[in-house]
Write a protein that binds this ligand. Sequence first.
Ligand SMILES: CCCCCCCCCCCCC[C@@H](O)CC(=O)SCCNC(=O)CCNC(=O)[C@H](O)C(C)(C)COP(=O)(O)OP(=O)(O)OC[C@H]1O[C@@H](n2cnc3c(N)ncnc32)[C@H](O)[C@@H]1OP(=O)(O)O
Length: 244
Amino acid sequence: MASSEEDGGGNGAVEEKENGKKKKKLGALATTWLIFYNVAMTAGWLVLGIAMVRFYIQKGTHRGLFRSVQKTLKFFQTFALLEVIHCAVVRTSVLVTGVQVSSRIFMVWFIAHSIKQIQNEESVILFLVVWTVTEITRYSFYTFNLLNHLPYFIKWARYNFFIVLYPAGVAGELLTIYAALPYVKKTGMFSLRLPNKYNVSFDYYYFLIIVMFSYVPLFPQLYFHMLRQRRRVLHGEVIVEKDD
Ligand SMILES: CCCCCCCCCCCCC[C@@H](O)CC(=O)SCCNC(=O)CCNC(=O)[C@H](O)C(C)(C)COP(=O)(O)OP(=O)(O)OC[C@H]1O[C@@H](n2cnc3c(N)ncnc32)[C@H](O)[C@@H]1OP(=O)(O)O
């Protein structure tokens, strides 16, 4: 193994070259923080998943489910903003992570939280279930990986579930935004009409349509990124990495 350290710090990340591949080796402080973060996130999404199952068993309907789990969802999904900062120490792209996290935050706060009328849509439950399964798998993968005790089925699940869950999640998100359009148009929420003292106009309705169209170029990038990660991790392919 050829190894060359480019940074001598003990608590952040050290870049090493292993068989010609760039690999970030985490320091003790970064590892401890990430273990804490990933355990907390696994637990948070597990609590959310259990709450959803319990709600459905007790009530026999999905109506009211979002309302009952929204606090936990908002807390843990917003906490995921830290992932953009984590990009400084883990081997991942700021751009890919940024798009992923911001689209989730947007769905939680600017769609599901702000437009109460759509909270009982089946599509909301679809993306909630998909996100929950994804995140329990993803954060438990990171935790076990950091502890160097990664069961193969978790690794397999992390790099296979997304093949179906990603399109399903995107479908849930797009259908939810679509369902929100009439309410946004009717209420004119988050919009600024002329004339006003700033002399600018903003129409949230058209903004949402642009967001929906932006999935067309952006989603394939995330999906192909994950397919590349899958080939690298499950099949040991060497991927030529571009620096951000
Ligand atoms: C303002 C309005 C904005 C509107 C934007 C509209 C456009 C939206 C288009 C996008 C649509 C997204 C929709 C999405 O929300 C739908 C869903 O999520 S559905 C559910 C299914 N989803 C998934 O399965 C994907 C889940 N997402 C991800 O996996 C990540 O977010 C992603 C950034 C895509 C992952 O990429 P990453 O490069 O991080 O992959 P890896 O997991 O393989 O990690 C690479 C290495 O980094 C290490 N790592 C990363 N994070 C951690 C951590 N927390 N702790 C420890 N280590 C970490 C990891 O171990 C790898 O290291 P190594 O290779 O050395 O082992």
